[in-house]
Write a protein that binds this ligand. Structure first.
Ligand code: CMC
Length: 425
């Protein structure tokens, strides 16, 4: 017999079905709650609310497990490359060698961005934050690609996926070129996706450029680790915007804006700024730990804590190892890494952090790698966005294919009751 949940409310008993996931997670299905009882649930920040069922990513915050389509993040980071993982997330299965090759070829067909997009970039001041520019440019792509995709047509959907993967990478790097005053670069269709990222960013017309393969490998891994994370803030935003049947570019542009905030993807920039500040102030990590614990001080230890992981963030473990390897291989001796390690060790021993299950998250070490690779701090969240793109696409596609209803939460109104209109004296 399937499990149910009983709710007693206003003297009456109601029975609700329980939905079980493939990893035995359980949810009380309250779809009929308002119809039956007249009441709604209240759950600010959605700490207890599932917005959908999904076959894409499984994570268990207590056990520190993260899997894409059933494959462990550890395996994928070690054995797959970013486009392979993107294909897996979006289409549900690992690509065969032929499918992967075709995927790369098809993405390359869409790596040229309309030249008129450059007029839009020209309108931004050079000091504009790259995430603001990226959100605007992604949204602007809608104007150059106005035909909305028919999600029920497999071919059209595949085409839209390749187009988004191709163009987003180019405009993401253009935000950096703009901030530097460099000429905007073109994708080189003879090179791989991640190598192209480095070329698009750093190749100058004045001299030959050869990206370091170690750097490309490290970036590939970082993109994989960021590729999806189930219903986080930006992904929920993408699904929510898409649920009104807004197009893929418009939905992803909204995801970029959601990701920008320092409590979400913006944390990687905030971590590095925090570490630099600690370094500049003499490296006193204890003083910053005390600040983070002080309830009268708004300061939080950036890169620590997670809404879902209450044991450890499996991505942080992989990134910490990668940071050590990359810095050693590139011969970078970075005092910031030492400060990060000192801070991490002290926090892990501290009662405040232990009691609240606060562990380093994915952003704690990623910035150190980006810095070693020569990527400027305000581009860190753009890096996160490039990595997260396949996840956003996969979630948008699933939401449309599942024919989910428009996302429209309710509220409990706590404002004034009806009152007479009278102009203030
Ligand atoms: N430093 C100090 N105290 C903290 C921190 C922190 N980084 N994170 C949480 N706390 C405390 C918080 O003050 C609260 O204490 P109390 O119970 O005494 O009031 C308790 O821990 C629970 O915090 P919360 O804000 O209710 O937890 P949440 O699940 O709503 O927030 C979070 C999760 C990630 C927003 C939060 O931990 C945070 O602000 N961390 C720093 C920002 C950060 O690194 N964000 C990146 C997240 S991972 C990348 C991504 O997927 O976006």
């Amino acid at each position: 017999m399937s499990k149910t949940a009983i709710l007693e409310f206003d003297g009456k008993k109601y029975e609700f079905p329980v939905v079980k996931g493939s990893e035995n997670e359980e949810a009380i299905d309250i779809n009929k709650l308002r119809d039956l009882t007249g009441a709604i649930t209240l759950d600010p920040g959605y700490k207890n609310s599932g917005s959908c069922t999904s076959k894409i990513t499984f994570l268990d915050g207590e056990l520190g497990i993260l899997r894409y389509r059933g494959y462990s993040i550890e395996d994928l980071a070690e054995k797959a490359d970013f486009l392979e993982v993107s294909f897996l997330l979006i289409f549900g299965e690992l690509p065969t060698a032929a499918q992967l090759k075709q995927f790369e070829v098809d993405i390359r067909k869409h790596t040229l961005v309309n030249e008129e997009m450059k007029n839009i970039i020209d309108g931004f001041p050079r000091t504009a934050h790259p995430m603001g520019v990226l959100a605007a440019l992604t949204s602007a792509l809608t104007a150059f690609n106005p035909k909305s995709v028919n999600v029920d047509n497999e071919k059209e959907m595949y085409h839209a996926v390749c187009k988004t993967m191709g163009k987003f990478l180019v405009i993401a790097t253009w935000t950096y070129r703009k901030s530097m005053g460099y000429p905007l670069n073109y994708y080189d269709n003879t090179k791989g996706y991640v190598e192209n990222f480095m070329r698009l960013m750093f190749e100058l017309p004045t001299e030959p450029y050869k990206p370091n393969p170690i750097v490309i490998d490290a970036l590939d891994k970082l993109f994989i680790l960021h590729a999806d994370h189930e219903q986080n803030c930006s992904t929920s935003t993408v699904r929510m915007v898409g649920s009104s049947h807004a197009g893929l570019f418009a939905s992803i542009s909204a995801g970029v804006s959601a990701l920008w905030g320092p409590l979400h993807g913006g944390a990687n920039q905030a971590v590095l700024e925090m570490l630099e500040e600690i370094h500049a102030n003499g490296g006193d990590t204890d003083a910053y730990l005390a600040k983070a614990k002080d309830k009268n001080d708004p300061f939080r230890l950036m890169g620590f804590g997670h809404r879902v992981y209450k044991n450890f963030d499996p991505r942080a473990k992989i990134i910490k190892k990668a940071a050590n390897e990359v810095l050693a291989t590139l011969g970078v001796d970075d005092p910031i890494l030492e400060i990060a390690k000192k801070l991490e060790a002290a926090a892990l021993e501290d009662e405040y952090f232990k009691a609240r299950n606060l562990y380093p998250n994915v952003d704690f070490y990623s910035g150190i790698i980006y810095r070693a690779l020569g990527i400027p701090t305000d581009m860190f969240t753009v890096m996160f966005a490039i990595g997260r793109l396949p996840g956003w696409i996969a979630q948008w596609k699933e939401m449309r294919e599942n024919k989910e209803p428009i996302g429209r939460p309710r509220q409990i109104y706590t404002g004034e009751s009806l009152r007479d209109f009278k102009k203030p004296e």
